[in-house]
Design a protein around this ligand. Structure first.
Ligand SMILES: [Mn+2]
Length: 454
């Protein structure tokens, strides 16, 4: 009797940028999968699609029935490749169980009936651990086939922000629960942020994202981190026109990242969302999460910063502020907006855009840095290094992201200070952070496309 086979039901194909990929939809719920995400030929994609279309119920058939689906030798060759890789799995005939128990699905159906030990040896040992990549992105994307980079920067500068080193890994896991980038790229993600009697948006459709992994974890000195940031920006991001979303780490990482961009865009403007000004809390130029704006103004020649959402009150550190002001470092360079001022502007978005354009200029490249403590500590379950009480809500932050990326040429951005160590109650908060990442990725991609190469 000929063996009956089926394509592994969770095996699927997608196109992303210039290439096609084979992947395993079981990765949404499983950390061990049968089909590792891999780049495949267009022909392989077509063969898989045709098999799935022919038997959407995943019913098993003899190999000859698979061959009969294809006319060309090349297609049959690809089919043989699938079989050799084990992606056409044998399904033993299921004897009707007494009491009529329905056949179980997945791996359990496919080997246990014959020999459980053989199933383990021949199948389970060949299964793959899921790669920790944002939105299950494949590893083999080329730098020149990418609009937006996701880059983890798991670095912390102080004891209170130590937990932020876990943020990139945490957010990678959380993003995987949201779905496959393949689907977002193909269909987009429906969102009503900014919807005002206007059509809702399908964000991220057509956006080519890539997970660049982490930088900084192998650095032994602050100098090495500055050098690694420069190297990534100089050799991979800027030459390919890729807009990165850096995921901290604490706010200290913004210093080397913006410093690297200032070498390419001397007129770069920093748009800084934060509860804290990060301007005068450190007296010297330091690699410290309380002083990235100070460092950039004094050390890196940053020309202009707009800090929005500020709520420092009653701070006795007047001396450092006065000295910085007297040095001239702030004059026409640092523009400070309190939380209340930002909230008032957000109620008048078109006036706000006009004000920002006047303040910054339309064509100047911007770097957007988001210290998550600009949010109310409450809406992120306290997962901040230095929470500052009531602040922006999620929807205000998302609108702000949209407004900035629609108004300016944002060349790079970061999200910092997500600190899972400080979680103050057991809530499932994966969704909001993932939505923020999606809005940022979409905004960066729109900025990337606005640029017309000379
Ligand atoms: Mn900060």
């Amino acid at each position: 009797m000929s063996e009956r086979l089926r394509l592994i039901p969770s095996a699927d194909v997608a196109t992303l940028g210039a290439h096609c990929y084979l992947f395993d939809r079981a990765a949404l719920h499983e950390n061990v999968v049968s089909v590792p995400t891999q780049r495949v030929s267009q022909r392989m994609r077509e063969v898989v699609r045709r098999i799935r279309a022919a038997w959407p119920d995943h019913a098993p058939h003899p190999y000859g029935a698979f061959e009969a689906l294809f006319d060309s030798a090349a297609e049959r060759n690809v089919l043989a490749q699938l079989a050799r890789a084990g992606y056409l799995e044998a399904v033993p005939p299921v004897a009707p169980a007494p009491g009529g128990t329905a056949a179980r699905s997945g791996h359990a159906e496919t080997g246990e009936a014959t020999d459980p030990a053989a199933h383990f040896r021949e199948r389970v040992l060949r299964h793959f651990f899921k790669r920790p990549a944002f939105f299950h992105l494949p590893e083999q994307i080329d730098d020149d086939d990418c609009d937006v980079a996701l880059v983890g920067v798991p670095i912390s500068s102080t004891l209170v922000s130590s937990g932020t080193v876990d943020a990139p890994a945490r957010l990678r896991r959380d993003s995987q629960r949201a779905g496959f980038w393949f689907d977002f790229h193909a269909d987009g993600v429906y969102t009503e942020t900014g919807c005002d009697d206007s059509p809702p948006r399908l964000i991220c459709a057509g956006v080519r994202a890539k997970d660049f992994g982490d930088i900084g974890s192998d650095c032994r000195t602050v100098g090495e981190l500055f050098a690694h940031a420069r190297q990534l920006v100089d050799t991979r991001l800027v030459p390919h026109g890729i807009r990165p979303l850096f995921i901290g780490g604490d706010h200290a990482v913004t210093f080397p990242l913006v410093d690297a961009y200032l070498h390419h865009h001397p007129g770069l403007v920093l748009i800084h969302l934060d509860a804290h000004n990060d301007l005068f809390y450190t007296e010297r130029v330091e690699f410290n999460h309380a002083g990235p704006v100070h460092g950039l103004l004094v050390h890196s020649g940053l020309d202009k910063v707009l800090s929005l959402g500020l709520r420092t009150i009653g701070d006795p550190r007047v001396g450092p502020y006065k000295r910085l002001a007297a040095s001239g470092a702030l004059r026409e360079r640092a523009h400070l907006y309190s939380l209340r001022a930002l909230e008032r502007w957000l109620d008048r978005p078109s006036e706000f855009q006009a004000h920002l354009r006047e303040c910054i200029g339309v064509d100047r490249p911007c770097y957007l840095t988001i210290d998550l403590d600009v949010l109310s500590a409450d809406c992120i379950a306290g997962q901040l290094s230095t929470p500052a009480g009531p602040g922006l809500g999620w929807h205000q932050l998302l609108e702000m992201v949209r407004l900035v990326t629609e108004t300016f040429d944002v060349v790079a951005c970061d999200v910092v200070e997500f600190n899972p160590d400080h979680k103050d109650r057991p809530v499932d908060d994966a969704r909001e952070m993932t939505v923020l990442l999606l809005e940022l990725i979409d905004g960066l991609a729109r900025c990337a496309r606005r640029i017309v190469p000379p």
